[in-house]
Design a protein around this ligand. Structure first.
Ligand code: GLU
Length: 231
């Protein structure tokens, strides 16, 4: 059996709240129960909302109650090159494409879909166009159009998602910066995480992230989505 490695991955856009603290505690306890490691990753790619003060508040609060990580925390804001390399690997494998749809195109697409009673989502129109990269194109993942993804959750059991309900998510923005999902998946691999324990508000992200893992040939992770702390 591989040693269990868990992580707490806060976005430093506010002080540590009770839900985050509970997520960190579960990650810590699960790793220690299994003689594994507990790591911390600061997901500070949202430059406008992330601050060093919030980061310090989160780390200080965790260490004040003994939730200290087994390695130094890493910051996503310092790891851009790693994510861009991963995106390049997906391009080489043919599982991503450049899309030049403007915000206006996307808005019109959403409007037409809503009017037709459909779920609004990117319809994959640039997928087979073989467009080149420009300063106006985003990189999208070519998500399988049929079949399903089964998330095996330690708390909820199997959760199934139809691939045709997932749109081709953006991996790189037009300015070349990586998106949240790509960074999250690449870092779970780079930090050798085995078990992702996080709030259930992330459940709908999980099948999308599994598609990115598959495109990169990463191993499967174990998941546990915790009910949210409300009120
Ligand atoms: N950065 C995310 C958040 O603060 C957590 C992502 C994750 O645990 O995968 O909600």
């Amino acid at each position: 059996m591989k040693p269990v490695i868990t992580r707490f991955a806060p976005s430093p856009t506010g002080t540590l709240h009770i839900g985050g603290l509970r997520t960190a505690l579960f990650n810590y306890v699960y790793s220690k129960q299994n003689n594994g490691k507990f790591l911390i990753r600061i997901e500070d790619t949202d430059r406008e909302r992330s601050t060093k003060e919030f980061e310090k508040n989160i780390l200080d609060n965790l260490s004040s109650i003994g939730l200290t990580p087994d390695e130094n925390p890493i910051n996503q804001s310092e790891r851009n090159e790693i994510y861009v390399k991963a995106a390049e690997k997906i391009i080489e494998s043919g599982k991503a494409y450049w899309c030049d749809c403007s915000p206006e195109d996307l808005e019109l697409m959403r409007k037409e879909q809503t009017e037709a009673g459909k779920k609004p989502m990117y319809d994959g129109r640039s997928r087979n166009l073989g467009l080149p990269k420009t300063d106006k194109t985003v990189l999208r993942l070519a998500t399988p159009e049929s079949g399903e993804i089964v998330v095996k959750d330690l708390i909820r059991g199997e959760i199934k998602f139809n691939n045709n309900e997932l749109d081709d998510l953006i991996l790189l923005r037009s300015d070349g910066t990586p998106t949240y999902h790509l960074c999250n998946v690449v870092d779970d691999f780079e930090q050798k995480i085995t078990t992702v324990i996080r709030g259930e508000d992330h459940i709908s992200n999980t099948p999308r992230q599994i598609h990115i893992q598959n495109a990169l040939g990463y191993p499967e992770l174990e998941y546990a989505h915790l009910p949210l702390v409300l009120g």
